[in-house]
Design a protein around this ligand. Structure first.
Ligand code: HEM
Length: 551
């Protein structure tokens, strides 16, 4: 069955359902068009990796025992036999080494968490750099930021569950340390969360309830909310031929988009399964059980939480004193005030930009990052800040590997944190302007063809292929920039419109094959400086040039 027939059949079936039930508009919904830009895959990967996380997590829940009751290990791993461990730790080691397929599912759960959070981050960055958060999509942005936060907390609570030495260290510095640093209520809050002193016997069952029930429900609700807003508002799309603020150019939901979506789900699940089978992650039996008095060397948080750790490591040890009674440790300034403000800033960014730029217009077309240099540079500055803090979270490992003093690493981190983000801003701003100029240069003078011609005066120039044709005197007609990709090479000409003629199996059209010959005749016979080289080239201009008029 070809594509046209299948579309017809599905549409007819939907029509039938529409008329026989009260589900009006089903045909219209199935025919809905989605833009096909590759970056839209990030949102889909979020959903698909979440499905893998849910399925694998549910399977793990069948064997995991979230209890801190102490027991003596007597399983198959000789290195731990006779050691007193918690039931949570013992059951995780059992899942890994004794339950059939257990290690595979644990590793699938852990790897899909990384892919899930990375995909949310990529979705957020795509939305940021293309201005996809502008009116009317501010709410959608807030939902994705909340999704990222929920995903990070979910990953953190998951890591605490096995009760191994690394997870206990993370709990101590991440949850216990930061809670205790909160002025006035910190100690009470800590007693409330841990039900007593650290670590107590309640924290793992509590985190398990949050991890397996509360947060997955929150995440599922946020994903559903995001999907509903995208459905109601439509995907924003990049400018291009035939694209306006009022239409969407792309593929229909059924069959094209649906088939692609199923394919992408299979690819995501397949890659995650391959990673789970091939690459080891979090081998808790080698780390040993958590003991309050032990910290293994080189304990690092997961990459998505590392910026918190980096901020705490770099922040100077400045303590504050409130009312002469309360000591506010430096951890509070770095982790709660510093990182908390950054998260708030991330949430309110669309509203801030709207206010500062005064842009209250409705946007269904997104922007290329180069066209909003201030935003793009701000984004790269924020990314370099985040990246630098992430590096700082591993400064002990870097110091050990390169035999550098840890104190020197702290100072390099502090000075770099002040210098790297502004430098990234300036550099990105210049790159954006350079890219804008390069686009406008091609639109004004044409594409570089790689043909070098010698002028009668002895100089050499490169022949340009104008995108907008030539005027009577043979000069290129300049085009204005309209926010879409500009072809930079002859082979790119199909990129923004119809594909060029000719190809691997079909030769170029006859006039095009003859054109080099005609070029030579013209070159020999006339003065290129006066007749305009562009006219010769435009004689065999590819039809696809028309596509770039829109750009
Ligand atoms: C977005 C949702 C979820 C994320 C991001 C997530 C993340 C994680 C992470 C990072 C771990 C530590 C893995 C390791 O030991 O290396 C973990 C452990 C665990 N998760 Fe989840 N999880 C999610 C949902 C769920 C759900 C829905 C369930 C159960 C219904 C679940 C059950 C478990 C269990 C039992 C463990 C401990 C066993 C183990 O460590 O292998 N998770 N989770």
């Amino acid at each position: 069955m070809n594509a046209a027939t299948s579309k017809y059949t599905v549409a007819e079936a939907a029509d039938g359902l529409d008329s026989s039930t009260s589900a009006g508009g089903l045909r219209r919904r199935l025919n809905r068009v989605f833009p096909t830009h590759w970056s839209l895959m990030f949102g889909e990967i979020v959903v698909y990796s979440f499905v893998v996380v849910l399925v694998s997590g549910t399977w793990l829940a069948l064997f995991f025992d979230p209890s801190m009751t102490q027991t003596v290990y007597d399983g198959v791993y000789p290195g731990l036999r006779g050691v007193t461990v918690s039931r949570a730790y013992e059951s995780t080691v059992d899942i890994s080494l004794e339950v059939r397929g257990g290690l595979f599912v644990r590793q699938a759960h852990a790897w899909s968490t990384h892919v899930f959070i990375a995909a949310i981050l990529a979705l957020l960055l795509r939305t940021f750099f293309t201005g996809g958060f502008r009116r009317p999509r501010e709410a959608s942005w807030v939902v994705v930021v909340l999704l990222l936060l929920a995903g990070m907390i979910e990953g953190f609570t998951g890591h605490a569950l096995p009760d191994d030495l690394l997870s206990g260290t993370g709990l101590r510095s991440g949850l216990s340390g930061i809670t205790l640093s909160i002025p006035v209520i910190g100690t009470w809050l800590h007693w409330g969360v841990f039900d007593g002193d650290f670590p107590g016997t309640s924290i793992i069952p509590r985190l398990y309830a949050v991890h397996a029930f509360v947060l997955p429900a929150v995440i599922a609700a946020l994903i559903a909310l995001h999907a509903v807003t995208v459905w109601l508002q439509g995907h924003p799309q990049f400018p291009g031929p035939h694209r306006t603020e009022r239409n969407i150019v792309g593929a229909r939901l059924v069959p094209t988009f649906a088939v692609r979506a199923i394919g992408l789900f299979a690819i995501t699940a397949g890659i995650l399964a391959a990673m789970a089978g091939l690459f080891q992650i979090n081998p808790v039996w080698t780390l040993g059980p958590f003991r309050g008095a032990h910290v293994s060397a080189g304990s690092q948080p997961d990459w998505y939480m590392a910026f918190f750790e980096g901020a705490v490591r770099l922040w100077p040890p400045w303590e504050m004193y409130l009312f002469g009674r309360y000591t506010v440790p430096s951890v509070f300034s770095a982790a709660v005030v510093g990182m908390g403000s950054l998260i708030v800033l991330l949430i309110v960014y669309p509203f801030l930009e709207r206010r500062l730029a005064g842009d209250r217009a409705h946007h269904d077309l997104v922007q290329r990052p180069r066209d909003a240099p201030v935003r793009t540079s701000t984004g790269v500055m924020a990314m370099s800040f985040y990246g630098w803090l992430t590096l700082a979270a591993g400064n002990d490992i870097i110091a050990l590997t390169f035999d550098v003093s840890l104190n020197a690493m702290v100072w390099i981190g502090r000075i770099g944190l002040l210098l790297v983000p502004p430098a990234a801003y300036v550099l990105t701003y210049r790159i954006c302007l350079g890219l804008q100029r390069a686009d406008r240069e091609v639109l004004a003078h044409g594409i570089e063809t790689g043909h070098i011609t010698r002028l009668p005066t002895g100089g050499y120039i490169e022949v340009r292929q104008p995108l907008g044709g030539t005027d009577r005197s043979g000069r290129a007609i300049g085009l204005s920039y309209q926010g879409a990709r500009v072809p930079k090479q002859p082979n790119d000409l199909g990129a923004s419109g119809k594909p060029v003629e000719g190809g691997w199996f079909r030769p170029d059209p006859a006039p095009e094959l003859l054109s080099p010959l005609r070029d030579r005749v013209v070159t020999d016979a006339t003065d290129p400086a006066t007749t305009g080289l562009s006219e010769r080239v435009s004689g065999h201009r590819r039809p696809a040039c028309s596509g770039s008029r829109g750009s």
